[in-house]
Design a protein around this ligand. Structure first.
Ligand code: FES
Length: 169
């Protein structure tokens, strides 16, 4: 097992049943074969469960006719997929050199302090936030860029952090 990978503690409840399976099947027609639906299927899992467990990897593999090893390779390649539980609001902060020179580390420190996460990659005790550092977010002229879920926020300074977090209860 890779470091940080969490195995389900509870009996496994499949994701692809009922309406979720019907939604996946409707999308089969949009792709050349069902294996090509791997990335959308993984998004469907993450939207519903918040993260992608080993058991879910096996389920997705069975549903799409792939091997669990192949699915795991894809899940672990893309940093957007979570292989462990994360907070309700997943915060990504660019700390690549240009933003680093403009104070990104100070913004990270303020985020860790005000969210209560304490350290990068950890989730706050109330389950509200997880803060991670990421590579260039493509807004190098607007340090420090931060993503909260799908929201993109530019020019985040330590002073702006409390007001920013208040928008995400
Ligand atoms: S280096 Fe931070 S957005 Fe590009």
């Amino acid at each position: 097992m890779s470091a940080g990978h969490v195995v389900d503690a509870e009996p496994y409840e499949p994701v692809f049943t009922g309406e979720t399976m019907a939604e996946l099947e409707r999308r089969f027609a949009e792709y050349p074969n069902k294996q090509a639906l791997l990335l959308p299927a993984l998004w469907m899992v993450q939207e519903r469960r918040g993260w992608i467990s080993e058991s879910t990897i096996s389920e997705v593999a069975a549903v799409l006719g792939l091997t669990p090893a192949y699915v795991k390779g894809v899940v672990t390649f893309y940093t957007m997929y979570h292989t462990h539980p994360v907070g309700r609001h997943f915060i990504q902060v660019c700390t690549t050199s240009p933003c680093g020179l403009c104070g990104a580390e100070d913004t990270v420190r303020a985020l860790l302090e005000h969210t209560g996460c304490g350290e990068v990659g950890a989730t706050s005790a109330d389950g509200r936030f997880t803060v991670v550092e990421v590579e260039c977010l493509g807004a190098c002229g607007f340090a420090t860029p931060v993503m909260v879920g799908d929201d993109f926020i530019e020019s985040v300074t330590p002073e702006k952090v409390p007001e920013l977090l208040a928008r995400y209860p």
